[in-house]
Design a protein around this ligand. Structure first.
Ligand code: NAD
Ligand code: TYD
Length: 339
C-alpha cells in the first residue's frame, strides 16, 4: 500500500507520517510538500533514509509535477494536508489561500482521476461551519450544519470541500472528508495560539491575547486527529464527511493562563491586543457520527496533552529557535539536495 501524504512537513501531516510508519510497517509513505514557511524538513529528518519513506519537494498546484509523481509512485491512498492554514495570514493576503487550498486540491483530485486511487481524503476543518454563539453551550457543529465560513482561510477550505464532494458526485471519485477542531501538540509552527504562547512565555515575551480572550476553541491532541484520519481512510464510508473533536472547549484566556502556570510564569506577560477582524466566537464539534460508525474517541485528556506539548517545546528548543531565526528554510537544501 502506497500512501501519498501532502503537506507532510507541516504540523499535523508530520505527526500523521510518524503515526502511519509506526502503525503500518508494510506501507510506503510518500510525503509531497512545497516547504513553505510552515513546512519544516527538520521535522522529518530522522526518517529521511527509511526505505519505507520518500520526501518530494513539490507544489500541489504544479500539475505536471504532481502527475509525474503519480505516474512514478501510483499511490493507492492520498491524504491531503497541504494548505495555507493560518487565519491571520489569510486576512492579510487571501490569494495564496485560494491558490493552494482550492486549485491545489483540484490538481490533486485530477491526478487521482487520471491514475486511479482507492481513496482521496481531504483534511478539512470545523471552521467551514462558521462560528457558534458564546451563550449557547447546547449548540454544536454536526455534519449537517450548513457551510458558513467567515475568514478567507475557512472560505478557501469550504470551497475545497465543495469541490471534493463535486468530484465524488460527478466523476465517482472515492473521497472522504474530515472536519476537525483545533489541534495542538508537538511540531506546531509557533504562530498558532498554543505554541506561540509557549515559546513567548519561555522567552519572557508578551502573550498577545486578541480582544478579551473570551473566544472559545475545541482543542484536540494531534495524535487523536491522526487516529481519526487513519480510521476514516481505512473504514469510513466513501462520499461521507466526518466531524472530529473531543468536547474540550476552552476560552483562549484560560489556555494562556494554563500555559503560564505550566511554565511557572506569572500572568503579567499577558497583553490584550486588538481583536482579529471577523473573529469567530466559538467552535464546538459534535463527534457522534465518527464515534458511532468507527468507534473513534479521543484518548488524550487536555490536562495530559498540554503537559506533553509544553514538555516537547522545552525539550526541542532548537526546532523552534531555528524556525524563529529562519534557519530551517535552508536546511532542506543542505541535508537533502547538496549533501
Ligand atoms: P501547517 O501550516 O502546519 O502545514 C501545512 C503544510 O503544507 C506545510 O508543510 C506546507 O509547506 C505545506 N504546503 C503549503 N502549501 C503547499 C503547496 N502549495 N504545495 C505543497 N505543500 C504545501 O498546517 P497544519 O496545521 O498541519 O494543517 C494541516 C491541514 O489540516 C490543513 O489542511 C488545515 O486546514 C487542516 N486543519 C488544521 C487544524 C489545526 O488546528 N492546525 C485543524 C483542522 C484542520
Ligand atoms: P489560532 O491558533 O490562530 O487558530 P484558529 O484561529 O484557526 O482557531 O487561534 C486560536 C484562537 O486564539 C483564536 O480565537 C485567535 C486566538 N489568538 C490570540 O488570542 N492570540 C494570538 O496570538 C493567536 C495566534 C491567536
Amino acid at each position: 500500500m502506497t500512501v501519498l501524504v501532502t503537506g507532510g512537513a507541516g504540523f499535523i501531516g508530520s505527526n500523521f507520517i510518524f503515526f502511519m510508519l509506526g502503525r503500518y510497517p508494510g506501507y510506503r509513505i510518500i510525503c509531497l510538500d512545497k516547504l513553505t514557511y510552515a513546512g519544516n524538513f527538520t521535522t522529518l529528518e530522522s526518517i529521511k533514509d527509511d526505505p519505507a519513506f520518500r520526501f518530494v519537494k513539490l507544489d500541489i498546484c504544479d500539475r505536471e509535477g504532481v502527475y509525474g509523481l503519480f505516474e512514478e509512485e501510483k499511490p493507492d491512498i492520498v491524504v491531503n494536508f497541504a494548505a495555507e492554514s493560518h487565519v491571520d495570514r489569510s486576512i492579510e493576503d487571501p490569494e495564496i489561500f485560494l491558490r493552494t487550498n482550492i486549485i491545489g486540491t483540484t490538481v490533486l483530485m485530477d491526478a487521482c482521476r487520471k491514475y486511479g486511487i482507492t481513496r482521496y481524503h481531504q483534511v478539512s476543518t470545523d471552521e467551514v461551519y462558521g462560528d457558534l454563539p458564546l451563550d449557547r453551550p447546547d449548540m454544536f457543529f454536526t455534519e449537517d450544519t450548513p457551510l458558513h465560513a467567515s475568514s478567507p482561510y475557512s472560505s478557501s477550505k469550504a470551497g475545497a470541500d465543495l469541490l471534493v464532494m463535486a468530484y465524488h458526485r460527478t466523476y465517482g471519485l472515492p473521497v472522504t472528508i474530515s472536519r476537525c477542531s483545533n489541534n495542538y501538540g508537538p511540531c506546531q509552527f509557533p504562530e498558532k495560539l498554543i505554541p506561540l504562547m509557549i515559546v513567548n512565555c519561555m522567552n519572557n515575551r508578551p502573550l498577545p491575547v486578541y480582544g478579551e480572550g473570551k473566544n472559545v476553541r475545541d482543542w484536540l491532541y494531534v495524535e487523536d486527529h491522526c487516529k481519526a484520519i487513519d480510521l476514516i481512510v481505512h473504514k469510513g464510508r466513501v462520499g461521507e464527511v466526518y466531524n472530529v473533536g473531543g468536547h474540550n472547549e476552552m476560552a483562549n484566556i484560560d489556555i494562556v493562563k494554563l500555559i503560564c502556570r505550566e511554565l511557572g510564569k506569572s500572568d503579567e506577560l499577558i497583553t490584550y491586543v486588538a481583536d482579529r477582524k471577523g473573529h469567530d466566537l466559538r467552535y464546538a464539534i459534535d463527534p457522534s457520527k465518527i464515534h458511532g460508525e468507527l468507534g473513534w474517541l479521543p484518548e488524550t485528556a487536555f490536562a495530559d496533552g498540554i503537559k506533553k506539548t509544553v514538555r516537547w517545546y522545552l525539550d526541542n528548543r532548537t526546532w523552534w529557535e531555528d524556525i524563529l531565526s529562519g534557519e530551517y528554510r535552508e536546511r532542506y537544501d543542505r541535508v537533502y539536495v547538496h549533501r
